[in-house]
Design a protein around this ligand. Sequence first.
Ligand code: ADP
Ligand code: MG
Length: 256
Amino acid sequence: MPQLEIRNLHVRIEDKEILKGLSLTVKQGEIHAIMGPNGTGKSTLAYTLMGHPNYTVTEGDVIFNGQNVLDLEPDERSRLGIFLAFQYPVAIPGVTVANFLRSAINARRRAAHPEDKGMPIHEFRKMLKEKMDMLKMDHAFAGRYLNDGFSGGEKKRAEILQMATLKPSIAILDETDSGLDIDALRVVSEGVNALSGPGLGVLVITHYQRLLNYIKPHFVHVMLDGRIVESGGPELALHLEEQGYEWIREKAEEAA
Ligand code: ADP
Ligand code: MG
């Protein structure tokens, strides 16, 4: 059974149709990259999968482990194992990275078992240390206030650490070009490479070919004008780097 199946997805923002029949299947443990020029609807796809209220699905299905998730709230999707990167990338004064992660874990535990007392602090600390070691992160980072003066790379570090501690079964990462300096690029790619495996599917959305020099996707898809118009292996990303998107646009127009 595919883990995530997007079928003929149509999405509007206000009264403008942005996604125009997008389909994609991700199986357990696969890394998929979605690439495409600016304005094609990549972020719209990410927000829609997360359940952002501004995006209206007019047609199609999003099936996760056999269940249609389109009627679920973002936190319900998260509990099923769909990773939502920080939904409020704002600074939270007085809340450390560690505290933020602990409340996220405990909120999830309580949602599953209302009587849950939360993860004991020593257990949490041990788990956090292990994850930070695995990701080669300095332990001091966990004591910083979340997003307070964070560089692009530090924001990504917090995001990857959140992913490591929440242990989702699929992670959707929308990597806009802004803020992806070399440090951020390295954090994201090393994090994805360290965490990916049979238990974690990844959907990396980027218009940034360079990211795929570091993350090795199993499949690459090209999005144009609200649809996936070309799919292939990692060689497709290299081809795009050399040739740009124009040949795909021409090919798509000929086929239409
Ligand atoms: P990408 O991530 O591929 O650059 P987006 O999904 O951000 O593309 O945007 C797709 C289209 O939707 C663009 O034409 C953009 O102008 C439009 N759009 C995005 N957000 C909004 C919004 N909040 N209101 C109206 N139009 C929007
Ligand atoms: Mg975008």
